[in-house]
Design a protein around this ligand. Structure first.
Ligand code: ADP
Ligand code: ZN
Ligand code: ZN
Length: 746
């Protein structure tokens, strides 16, 4: 942040004009008082018309001849509006995550439909002919000729007149119409009825009576809010423990205070069932925003929010930017989900951004999860945010019985199939009993790691404790620090020759199931079978109607949906996700296993879960089998602290994208030199540069370097330094992206 000589402003909040910020000088008396988001008055154009404008950025660099830059006239007296808060947020995102101001503004400002047809209004007569005769008599007596003209005109036009016609042809003023509206003689209607994507169906449902634990949480948060304390809270509760009911109670509390709420849910959880629970409680005051809506529909919903027509907006990450005037609460459900981190630049995290936004409005932030992110739990442990626990499952159904099957032992006993003996036996039993089975293949983020099928040993980087990736040409490479070694043909741990990259897909699993259980009806859900619109929902519904015995799928199947008929869940290779060359692999595996295990036994019959693994002793597997979050956290955090990974430390990834591999590499090296120079004498550590694990995507080469530091501020300062360095490079074609505390290593 600079003191700043100049301010870039936008004079209108329309998408079209965003591409063109205007620059003004900050007069001495206003220095230090102006930041991104400040509303100011500026002289505009040749006639120096005084216009309201919003500052997007404060800078020392003149974009045009300094002699031609005019002074800002004054700071606008108006209190902060939705727009100023949004621009301020964009300014914060730019500083915090690294991006251009334009990219940040485009992220934050609500979608607006271009060339939107101007809103048409009309006036409707609400009384009958007899009544009109009486009214005309009264108006004539009182010499209220405008009112007389309007009712007479309406009568001639069969009761409906365009608004413009009434104003211009009948010369009736708006205040006259409003006065008649008060007496319920006429009504102004909008012709462009705003489409609400929320179905009207579903009767109003009375709220449940909250349990003592639920009530305690809701009352505590609302009491703090009313007394002016706006905090961040974590609700840790297993699926079915009643978190959603607490959310709704909080939203009701906000409605009573005239405040609005935003509910963020992962895109995949945005099902009909979730939304309808909210509409059953809050009716038409609820709306949704998601990527399947058209631009027009999304723009309508933002418009309704701006007008105060709704109290609750539900949606994925981007719903955070709903333009509410009186935002009181932001809820982030399943807050550990990686979809809350934006992949496009600015690579913001919805959780941090929500807290920043909430601070502008004095709003509170509630994070909910069955398996909280390491970040949130760490903050709760340090006392930075308040934590509540819900420990009882209110949906009934007992916790499933969990078996951990060691695949090394299976191989030793001569079982080379992908199904352990226990899983095969249970599958036979369930099929015979007509009960349903889910088979889950955990394939997340596995990129050519090499493991031993005899002993489970995984080839890892000796410096980073992330798995090495197999490259063509027989090298094993660490994509984090650049370490390399030759490939091996014998396991260094046990000497077995069964060491290789792991390859198995859902298609292969399906073939094997058909071979082993020819009588079973099988459904498969993965990226291939869900490419068509709605096919995701179709497969789930079909399985729910018990049209199949076995559902095979990737992580898609473990979320959101409840299947009372499922009594067996098989997790085919729990470790696959452990070896993603990624420091979050253990956390993600624990989350997936816990969620998958929670799928069994939702109905009346108790369920069984079989976790197949090469590493039964791994803490992600052990604690997921026991459904013990705290146990997992305590082991995982030791590893993060030791390796200086988030949340105990912070990390910045600098990604260089280039159409020319050599140029990309050169720039990455220059950036690393800059970073090293900056790091001298600070606790910063720089790693790399190295080619990214996916080194080339559609002919774009990717290089990456990392910086680690406990102080986030130091990393932001490093980012500023690198941005300044890049600004000076003329004609650069490479793209450089910054990613703070990345969800994946590159
Ligand atoms: P979560 O969001 O933690 O998964 P939900 O709020 O969806 O949990 O609750 C699970 C189920 O239990 C829902 O069907 C819900 O209506 C019901 N439920 C929650 N709280 C109560 C309560 N206090 N009394 C009765 N039923 C409840
Ligand atoms: Zn081995
Ligand atoms: Zn390494």
């Amino acid at each position: 942040m600079t003191q700043g000589v100049y301010a870039n402003v936008i004079v209108d909040i329309s998408q079209e004009k965003l591409d063109r910020p205007f620059q003004y000088r900050i007069p001495d008396e206003l220095k230090g008082k102006i930041t991104a988001g400040t509303a100011v008055i500026v002289p505009f154009g040749a006639g120096n018309r005084e216009l309201a404008a919003y500052v997007t950025e404060v800078t020392d660099r003149a974009e045009i001849d300094p002699a031609k830059i005019k002074d800002i006239l004054q700071i606008s007296e108006k209190r902060p509006t939705v727009e100023t808060n949004q621009i301020r947020l964009a300014g914060w995102m730019k500083e915090h995550y690294g991006s251009t101001m334009i990219a940040a503004l485009k992220t934050v400002l609500p979608v607006q439909q271009k060339n939107k047809t101007p809103e048409r209004r009309r006036i409707r007569l609400l009384v009958g002919r007899d009544e009109v005769a009486k009214l005309l008599e009264e108006y004539n007596r009182k010499h209220q000729s405008a009112r007389a003209r309007l009712v007479a005109g309406l009568l001639d036009a069969d009761g409906v007149l365009p608004y413009e016609k009434a104003i211009h042809e009948l010369s009736v003023t708006l205040s006259v119409i409003r006065a008649m509206e008060q007496k319920e003689i006429v009504r102004i209607e909008s012709e462009t009825a705003y489409r609400n994507p929320v179905n009207r169906e579903g009767r109003h449902r009375e709220p449940v009576v909250l349990s003592t634990a639920q009530r305690h949480i809701a009352e505590d948060i609302l009491t703090e809010y009313r007394s002016g304390h706006h905090g961040t809270y974590l609700i840790h509760g297993i699926t079915g423990s009643g978190k959603t009911e607490v959310y709704m109670e909080l939203i009701q509390g906000m409605i009573d205070l005239g405040r609005q709420s935003i509910v963020l849910i992962p895109e995949i959880g945005l099902t009909y069932q979730t939304v309808s629970r909210f509409t059953q409680r809050f009716g038409q005051r609820v709306s949704v925003l998601h990527s399947r809506l058209s631009i027009g529909e999304r723009s309508d919903q933002c418009e309704r929010a701006r007008r105060g027509e709704i109290d609750v907006m539900i949606g994925p990450r981007s719903a955070l930017f709903t333009p509410f005037e009186k935002l009181g609460l932001i809820i982030i459900d399943e807050e550990q989900e990686s979809s809350y981190k934006s992949e496009p630049v600015p690579k913001y995290h919805a959780r941090e951004t929500a807290e920043e936004l909430a601070s502008y409005y004095g709003a509170s932030v509630v994070l909910g999860s069955a398996t909280p992110s390491m970040e949130s739990y760490y903050r709760a442990e340090k006392g930075e945010i308040k934590r509540y626990e819900l420990t009882e499952r209110l949906t009934g159904g007992s916790l499933p019985e969990v078996y951990v099957e060691d695949l090394r032992e299976e191989l030793e006993k001569g079982n080379r199939s992908i199904f352990s003996r226990r899983l095969q036996k249970l599958m036979e039993q369930k099929l015979a009993a007509g009960e349903q089975i889910m088979l889950f293949l955990n394939r997340r983020g596995y990129a050519g790691f090499v493991s031993c099928r005899s002993c489970g040993h995984v080839m890892k980087c000796p410096h980073c404790d992330v798995s090495l990736s197999e490259h063509r040409g027989g090298r094993l490479v660490c994509h984090y620090c650049g370490y390399e070694q030759p490939a091996v043909d014998r396991c260094p741990s046990c000497g077995s020759k069964y060491i290789s990259g792991f390859k198995a897909g859902t298609q292969q699993v399906e073939d094997l199931v058909h071979k082993r259980f020819p009588q079973a009806r099988v459904l498969r859900m993965d990226a291939d079978t869900t490419r068509k619109k709605d096919s995701y929902q179709e497969i789930l519904s079909s399985f729910e109607r018990q049209e199949a015995d076995i559902l095979i799928g990737t992580q898609m199947i473990v979320k959101g949906h409840d299947f009372p008929g499922v009594t067996l869940v098989g997790i085919l290779a729990a470790d696959l996700s452990l070896h993603a060359n990624d420091y979050r692999a253990g956390e993600r595996t624990f989350q997936l296993l816990t969620q998958a295990a929670g799928r069994a036994g939702r109905g009346s019959s108790p369920g069984q879960v079989v976790i197949q693994t090469y590493q039964p002793e791994h803490h992600s597997v052990r604690f997921a089998a026991k459904q013990d979050y705290r146990g997992f956290y305590q082991e995982e955090i030791v590893y993060r602290e030791l390796m200086e990974y988030p949340p105990s430390s912070h990390m910045l990834a600098v990604l260089v994208l280039s159409g020319d591999g050599e140029k990309g590499e050169t720039l990455a090296k220059e950036l690393a030199e800059q970073a090293e120079a900056f790091a001298a004498g600070t606790p910063l550590r720089i790693l790399g540069p190295t080619p990214a694990s996916v080194g080339r995507v559609s002919d774009i080469f990717r290089h990456v370097l990392y910086a680690k530091c406990r102080e986030e501020r130091t990393l932001i300062a490093l980012k500023d330094r690198l941005e300044a360095f890049l600004d000076k490079k003329e004609g650069r074609k490479e793209i450089v992206q910054f990613d703070f505390d990345p969800m994946n290593l590159y």
